[in-house]
Design a protein around this ligand. Structure first.
Ligand code: SF4
Length: 457
């Protein structure tokens, strides 16, 4: 039985870090797609040209990418890991003896210059740009969805109303952000049963177990190669989630010049205003199930059994009678948006009382009433799409967003946030999405160094 001598007392070593990192190491693959020249020029105006030099922002971004890539989100632990892991040192361009920055520098920069300069968004956009250059974004079909991530807020520390929270006012960054949101008209704040004292913009909800405080990450992905083309953090609220999709589509149009031909989403996005926005303003085909609250449970005629006449602005019932929104001359003008964006069409009670279909049409009322959405034409476009063959394929493709969320939580370990406030959540989601795109780039477009050298003629 051999025994290795356990002395480590060599005085000089001939050691090259570069040679010890395998060509197929994830960090080496990711490194091929990072361009820090543009990041430096973006940050230049945020640094003073006098005084002591700061910690290199490139080093901090590289460390953060390692952290989100391997699920090390504690800054203290990240510094330790970079200190003794050779691959991490190589990725951070640190020599064997170079010092690793202190964990407190992260907090200072993350809440200071990085946020002021919107650096994390800039890094994310630069990686998306790389995906576009590598032709991973086709722009034919985009899918969107939202997933809930627990906020860094104790479930035991809460106020029961806004006034209660203001009475226990604390001067934390997250509370200040909440108060700013309260003053603005962005719709981020609404009355709820429990408001977190530590992170008031997060929302109390029952999801994945006992009720806790959550934020929501919204993804817009290109379904061809599962590239995340945009990401946005919101409080957990359906209206805000739908609005964030509109914001992301506009932003992608501005930045990449791409408007998808179809958008894939679940029923939460099938509201009238959203479908109308997609069909009439953007020219995007909604591959989205329509939210339909008009379905009858008592076996009576469905709305589809009534014929719509666009010219006469009325429905024609199976008994051949007209259902109108108003009869005769209206005493007051009916301009403006009706309540809940619907117009009510009614039959005449006198027609119904003599009709043989009454038991199947309006068994419990004197006449039949149909609520028609002002967005009904767009809803019909979406309904027609749901009958197509392509829609069935779209439903399968839509699941690709869910796969990315599963990857985010299980592999990258982002099932609970570490930063507070909506901006903190946004920073974390941006970094995680950047890493997911980098991994996708590495998987599909990485070329080992030897292959990059062109062959001699
Ligand atoms: S009950 Fe009234 S609305 Fe229904 S089919 Fe008869 S006439 Fe038309």
């Amino acid at each position: 039985m051999g025994q290795r001598p356990s002395q480590q007392n060599e005085l000089f070593y001939d050691f090259c870090l570069e040679k010890h990192i395998p060509h197929d190491h994830l960090l080496r693959q990711i490194d091929q797609f990072l361009d820090f020249e543009s990041i430096r020029s973006h940050l230049k105006s945020y640094y003073s040209h006098t005084g002591r030099p700061s910690v290199d922002p490139e080093l901090m971004i590289r460390m953060l990418l390692i952290g989100y890539c391997y699920g090390i989100r504690s800054e203290r632990r990240l510094c330790e890991e970079v200190h003794f892991n050779l691959a991490y040192r190589w990725f951070c361009r640190l020599g064997l003896e170079d010092a690793v920055p202190d964990h407190s520098s992260f907090s200072k920069n993350r809440h200071g210059r990085f946020r002021e300069s919107d650096l994390l968004r800039f890094v994310f956009d630069a990686v998306v740009q790389q995906c576009q250059e590598q032709q991973l974004i086709q722009g034919e079909g985009f899918a969107t969805d939202a997933s809930y991530v627990r906020a860094d807020a104790s479930w035991e520390r809460y106020a029961t109303s806004i006034s209660d929270l203001l009475a226990q006012r604390r001067d934390s960054r997250a509370v200040k952000e909440y108060l700013d949101a309260l003053d603005s008209d962005a719709g981020l704040v609404s009355e709820q049963k429990r408001i977190s004292q530590t992170d008031p913009l997060s929302r109390w909800m029952l999801k994945y177990g006992p009720a806790r405080f959550y934020y929501c990450t919204n993804y817009l992905i290109d379904v061809e190669h599962n590239v995340i083309v945009d990401v946005e953090a919101t409080p957990t609220n359906r209206t805000l989630e739908v609005k964030s999709t509109q914001k992301m589509i506009d932003r992608v149009e501005d930045k990449l010049g791409i408007t998808p031909k179809r958008l894939l989403a679940d029923t939460a996005y099938g509201t009238g205003p959203m479908l109308d926005w997609l069909v009439n303003q953007k020219g995007i085909k909604p591959h989205i199930p329509v939210v339909d609250k008009t379905r009858r449970k008592d076996g009576a005629f469905e709305v589809g059994d009534f014929q719509w006449d666009d010219k006469k602005n009325e429905y024609r019932c199976p008994g051949g009678q007209a259902l109108k929104s108003h009869r005769g001359k209206a005493r007051t003008s009916r301009k403006g948006v009706p309540k809940e964006n619907t117009v009510i069409y009614r039959s005449r009670p006198s027609d119904c009382s003599a009709c043989e279909w009454k038991p199947r049409c309006c068994p419990n009322t004197a006449h039949r009433k149909i609520a028609r959405s002002i967005y009904e034409d767009s809803r019909n476009v979406a309904r027609r799409i749901t009958q197509s063959e392509q829609y069935r394929a779209s439903q399968k493709e839509r699941r690709k967003v869910e796969v990315l969320f599963a990857h985010l939580k299980r592999i990258l370990g982002l099932d609970r946030l570490r930063l507070r406030g909506l901006t903190g959540a946004n920073d974390e989601f941006l970094l995680a999405a950047t890493v997911q795109n980098l991994r996708q780039l590495a998987k599909t477009s990485y070329k080992p160094p030897d292959h990059r050298i062109s062959a001699p003629a």
